[in-house]
Design a binder for this molecule. Structure first.
Ligand code: ATP
Ligand code: ZN
Length: 213
C-alpha cells in the first residue's frame, strides 16, 4: 500500500490562508474553504485535515496527523512531544505582558504578588519562574485584554502583533516573553515511506522560501 501524508491545518484563523498558500506555491493542490473537515490532494500523496489550531499538536502526537502547521506559541504551550520540522516565516507575533497605561513599571519584579490574566499559563508560568517572580496566573480563553478593566487582573499576558488591541483597551506593552511564527511540526517517529514524502515536501518548501528571499 502506498503512503499518504496526513497534514493538519487550522480550519479558519490567522494561520489558514498562508498555510494554504504555502502548499499552493509548492504545487500541491487540494480543496480548501469548502467547509469540509478533510480534503485529498489531487496531485500529491497527501490528505489535509482542517482543525482548531489548539488541537493540532495533540493530533500530531497521537498519530491522527503526520504533520501540522501551528504557531510556535501553541506548540510550546501545549507541551506535546512533537518535532519542529521547519520554521515557515508567517503569522509572526509575540507574547507580551501589558499593564494599564497609568500603572508603574520598573521591570518584571513589578509583577510580584499580582494577578495576571492569560491564555498561556505554561509559557507565562515558566517565564516568571525563570525570573524568580511569584504571581497569580488566571487562565482565561479569550478577550484577555479586558481583564484589567473588569477588575479580574492587574496585568495581562497576550499575543500582540501591532499593539492596537492593547492600546484600545487602555493597556501598554511592557515586556515580551516569547516570539512566535508558524512552524511545521511532525510526529516523532515516521515510517520510511512517510519520511520520504516529508523530505520531498520540505525540499519544495525550502525552494519556495529561497525564491522569495
Ligand atoms: P482557532 O479557532 O483555530 O482555535 P484561534 O482564535 O485560537 O483559532 P488565531 O487568532 O487564528 O487563533 O491565531 C492563530 C495563530 O496565529 C496564533 O496562535 C499565533 O501563532 C498567530 N497569531 C495570533 N495573533 C496574531 C496576529 N495578530 N498577527 C499574526 N499572527 C497572529
Ligand atoms: Zn486556537
Amino acid at each position: 500500500m502506498s503512503s499518504v501524508l496526513r497534514i493538519a491545518l487550522q480550519k479558519s484563523g490567522r494561520l489558514s490562508e498562508d498555510s494554504y498558500q504555502l502548499f499552493k506555491e509548492c504545487g500541491i493542490r487540494f480543496d480548501y474553504g469548502t467547509g469540509k473537515l478533510k480534503s485529498v490532494s489531487s496531485n500529491f500523496p497527501a490528505e489535509f485535515l482542517f482543525l482548531r489550531d489548539d488541537d493540532i499538536p495533540g493530533y500530531v502526537e497521537d498519530g491522527v496527523a503526520d504533520l501540522g502547521i501551528v504557531g510556535e506559541n501553541v506548540a510550546v504551550e501545549t507541551g506535546r512531544p512533537v518535532q519542529t520540522v521547519h520554521k515557515l516565516g508567517f503569522s509572526k507575533c509575540r507574547l507580551s505582558i501589558a499593564i494599564p497605561r497609568g500603572s508603574d513599571w520598573t521591570g518584571i519584579q513589578s509583577l510580584e504578588g499580582k494577578n495576571i490574566a492569560t491564555s498561556y499559563p505554561n509559557l507565562l508560568g515558566n517565564y516568571l519562574a525563570g525570573q524568580g517572580v511569584r504571581a497569580e496566573i488566571h487562565e482565561i480563553s479569550g478577550s484577555v485584554e479586558i481583564a484589567p478593566s473588569i477588575g479580574l487582573a492587574e496585568a495581562v499576558c497576550d499575543i500582540v502583533s501591532s499593539g492596537s488591541t492593547l492600546m484600545s483597551n487602555g493597556l501598554k506593552e511592557v515586556e515580551t516573553i516569547f516570539r512566535s511564527e508558524a512552524i511545521l511540526i511532525s510526529r516523532s517517529e515516521l515510517d520510511a515511506d512517510k519520511q520520504a514524502l516529508v523530505d520531498k515536501l520540505l525540499f519544495r518548501i525550502k525552494s519556495v522560501q529561497a525564491a522569495k528571499n
